[in-house]
Design a binder for this molecule. Sequence first.
Ligand code: THU
Length: 147
Amino acid sequence: MGGGAEVSLSQDEEQTLIDAAFAAARGAYAPYSDYPVGAALLFDDGAVITGCNVENASYGLSLCAETVAVAKALGEGRRGGLTAVAVVGLKADREPITPCGRCRQVLNEVAALGSTNPLVLCVSKDDVRRVSLSALLPHAFGPGHLG
Ligand code: THU
């Protein structure tokens, strides 16, 4: 349940992660929603792994940016060490985007493997909201429940 201390990043570290998420969003394949999203995951060794949303003509099969980034990270062998996440919606002009419920659960998998409580930066054009993953997904179900 949300193991790990609260994370805070320097302004430079935050900006670098946010820039990576914006760059990822520019690769989004979102012809149906026209709502490009980018996500950037920061790991404790300094690595940044990004993802964008990938939609499908069968709408329900679309993948969110955070889920794509987590799939890449797990596929590259990462099993924990998730420090922070930036999520940007290129059209999130007013309210900063926040990870959808499914993505909160997907992010929790990597966080739980390393007992971290990543800082989530929810970003719009002129606002950044900082919230921990455990605040977004309290009492999360995770690998630890499976024994
Ligand atoms: N989307 C994400 O990529 N991440 C979220 O956390 C929320 C929604 C995507 C899914 C879909 O391609 C588009 O945004 C509109 O819902």
